[in-house]
Design a protein around this ligand. Structure first.
Ligand SMILES: Cc1cc2nc3c(=O)[nH]c(=O)nc-3n(C[C@H](O)[C@H](O)[C@H](O)COP(=O)(O)O)c2cc1C
Length: 362
């Protein structure tokens, strides 16, 4: 489960009946309508088979509890999203011949072969639809306090967008199928993914996320630090291999005099002159934008022949996959990173507000 006050869990398998989310601790009175949730889910779809999976899910969902008359009631919210476009024909192929760098082998050993391996089971990107819908609700919770979260494709392979303004991210990200804030780079990324797919291969990339207008004080060190909790949530997304806040790994090559963010006063408010820390110090938000980047590996399922083992005969063998796969996880992950971050911020906002209210009354 993610969170302590705004608690979220996910359930379901890729080729089972449905996937879904259970949210506990959501405050009452938050306006949530079906159109809003549908639009959030649409952001996860890339209806272009040249650069995305051919699986076409309607993402029809059912609000089972916790939302009444388009408002949260304060009781647990359960939402189910049905799986419709299921084709398990090619999955017997991988049952005893695990795909390299997918979870097939680790799951087979951990669950003693009882796991639902069809479509990747619980390890499928399909479950991220539940993450997006839970995060859509969290976004509304934090919006009440002026907090907004945006993500965009920062790089794919060697093509990097670099620093872009929040305005460009808001304006351009969902105007192209590769979820890129720079329209020119978007074309190059599109061609790169297309060419990669034509060769039967896949490619990695980076998603950047920015959260704006957080007050100073979110985060509960020493264990539930804000960066620690964001990282944990981000690692629930399959395919994530790294995260860095602010200047991240670059800081390790700097002197303190280059890395530190000098404190200053602007319009009567304490702020920092730059934001190499990515908006968090000591696991607590410092009032600057939270900025971090998430590294996604290339999709493990590729159409090229790969070396693996046969788990039954204990022999080395080859596998050439058939089926429907994404050539680039990164571009699909943009709304997932955005929404899962909102879940963590909603939890920490509610925890921070409890203290603030307590202290106010003393
Ligand atoms: C949106 C999304 C779509 C994905 N699509 C695929 C896919 O089509 N084929 C595949 O092998 N992996 C896909 N993945 C990645 C795997 O689910 C993931 O690599 C696998 O579960 C192993 O987990 P790990 O990479 O975190 O170790 C996708 C991930 C996401 C977030």
């Amino acid at each position: 489960m993610l969170g302590r006050m705004f608690k979220v869990s996910f359930f379901g398998e890729s080729h089972g009946k449905a996937i879904g989310t259970l949210i506990e601790g959501c405050p009452p009175g938050i306006n949530i309508d079906s159109d809003y949730l549908s639009n959030e889910l649409k952001k996860r779809k890339i209806n272009d088979p040249t650069i995305s999976t051919q699986r076409r899910e309607e993402d029809k969902f059912n609000i089972v509890s916790g939302i009444f008359n388009n408002h949260t009631t304060g009781s647990p919210i359960t939402i189910i999203i049905y799986n419709k476009d299921i084709d398990s024909t090619h999955y017997d192929q991988i049952r005893f011949r695990p795909r390299p760098s997918h979870a097939d082998y680790t799951a087979y050993v951990k669950y003693h072969g009882f796991n639902d391996y069809r479509g990747g089971g619980i390890f499928s990107g399909r479950l991220t639809a539940a993450m997006v819908i839970a995060g859509a609700i969290a976004k509304k919770v934090i919006k009440k306090w002026g907090i907004e979260v945006y993500a965009h494709t920062y790089s794919v392979g060697h093509i990097e967008v670099g620093d872009v303004s929040v305005e460009s991210i808001k304006e351009n990200t969902y105007r192209n199928p590769v979820r890129c804030a720079d329209p020119e780079k978007a074309k190059q990324i599109y061609e790169l993914i297309k060419e990669t797919r034509m060769r039967g291969d896949s490619i990695g990339g980076i998603v950047e996320c920015i959260a704006l207008n957080l007050p100073v004080g979110l985060g509960e060190p020493p264990i539930d630090t804000l960066d620690g909790d964001i990282s944990k949530a981000i690692f629930t997304i399959p395919g994530v291999k790294g995260i860095e806040f602010g200047k991240g790994f670059q800081l390790s090559r700097m002197y303190g005099s280059q890395a530190n963010d000098p404190l200053t006063i602007r319009n009567g408010k304490i702020t920092t002159e730059r934001n190499y820390s990515g908006g968090i110090n000591g696991g607590i938000s410092n009032g600057m934008p939270i900025r971090f980047r998430v590294a996604f590996k290339p999709t493990p399922s590729i159409y090229l022949e790969q070396k693996t083992v046969d788990l039954q005969s204990m022999t080395e063998t080859e596998i050439k996959l058939k089926g429907r796969f994404d050539p680039c996880i990164t571009i699909r992950a943009v709304p997932i990173v955005e929404n899962i971050t909102a879940i963590v911020i909603a939890d920490h906002l509610l925890r921070w507000l409890a203290w603030e209210k307590y202290l106010e009354g003393s």
